[in-house]
Design a protein around this ligand. Structure first.
Ligand SMILES: [Zn+2]
Length: 333
């Protein structure tokens, strides 16, 4: 079958035509992706070429379940899923370790991330996923919307982590997909929200949603924001967040680029103590709730799709996403 593979630092990303179809084991499902989306992790992997084991890329998709692993568990849950349209959480946990047992499956000691490490991803003709990672898509959420469920779940989680008092000032740094999703979601809270980014073209898009958007160069560093949500993943973004947040304010960190991907984390964090800043880390979120948000039409995700490519042209799609001019690149089977 076809698979868009990361083959290590020397080769980078290639479209393989001879990847064996994955085997479906007990507790798993074979899924045919219909639409996929290139995410931040894919772009980083393709552009920074880390020294990590080869893997089929891709963690954001909507697809059809074709087959369930033959097992006792399958008899209970499996048959009802065959033929269903699903999305999947990309974090695969073992279910057995102490953290899984304590309800922290997202932080499993044996965690794999679909399409990044430990588990082949969805940029392929078929992908195998654990049944417990799958979520059936409501019929009134179309494929273009459903393909955003994984990214949106992360933004939903971030919005839930903010425990707001009064009507706070919130700045979201970063006008990529995560920043624009967080901006839209948080704008629905009782708060004065602005997105700070570097793309003039995204100001109009934000205006359409009624979300304030400022260019980074125009924003004063007055340390007057109650909450700053950093969606850049970079040292520069976190540094800016520390300059914008007020004393005793909160910074929510929506992912940080790992040093294995070439990020240089050499910044002065002393302001965390001197300004008594509360720093909150934020990662994956609830897929079921993201699907509900999509069903209720609370965010515009289709407006974020700026390019569509075929899986055949996946390598070029990765280049387009990496250049940053497209907000979201959707890959179609
Ligand atoms: Zn575990």
């Amino acid at each position: 079958m076809r698979a868009l593979r990361y083959e290590g630092p020397a080769t980078g990303v290639v479209l393989s035509r001879s990847t064996p179809e994955p085997e479906v084991r007990e507790g798993e499902a074979l899924v045919r992706p219909i639409k996929m989306a290139i995410g931040a992790a894919d772009v980083l992997m393709a552009s920074r070429k880390p020294d990590v084991p080869p893997v089929t890329m891709g963690r954001e998709f909507v697809g059809i379940v074709e087959k369930i692993g033959n097992s006792r568990g399958a008899k209970e849950k499996g048959p009802t899923l065959v033929g269903k349209r699903v999305v999947a959480s990309s974090s695969v946990s073992c279910g057995d370790c102490d953290l899984c047992q304590r309800g922290l499956a997202g932080h499993c000691r044996n965690r794999a991330v679909v399409g990044v490490f430990g588990r082949d991803g969805c940029f392929a003709d078929r992908v195998v996923l654990p049944l417990r990672n799958l979520f059936v898509v409501p019929s009134d959420v179309d494929d273009d919307r459903a393909v955003f469920a994984e990214a949106l779940s992360s933004a939903v989680h971030a919005a839930q982590q903010l425990r707001l008092e009064g009507k706070p000032y919130i700045t979201v740094i970063g006008d990529g997909v995560m920043g624009l999703l967080c901006g839209q979601l948080m704008n629905r809270l009782n708060a004065a929200v602005r997105v700070v980014g570097s793309h003039e073209s995204r100001v109009d898009l934000s205006a359409k949603w009624g979300v304030k958007h400022r260019l980074e160069r125009d924003v004063g560093r007055r340390a007057d924001q109650d909450v700053v949500v950093d969606c850049t993943g970079t040292a520069e973004g976190f540094d800016l967040a520390m300059k914008l947040v007020r004393p005793r304010g909160k910074i929510l960190v929506k992912g940080m680029i790992h040093p294995a991907l070439g990020a240089a984390w050499t910044i002065d964090v002393s302001a965390i103590a001197t300004k008594e800043i509360e720093v909150i880390g934020s990662r994956c979120g609830p897929m079921g709730e993201a699907l509900e948000v999509l069903k209720r039409g609370e965010v515009d995700v289709v407006g974020l799709i700026s390019k569509r490519v075929r899986l055949e042209d996946g390598v070029e799609g990765m280049r387009i996403a990496g250049r940053g001019e497209a907000i979201k690149v959707v890959v179609e089977g």
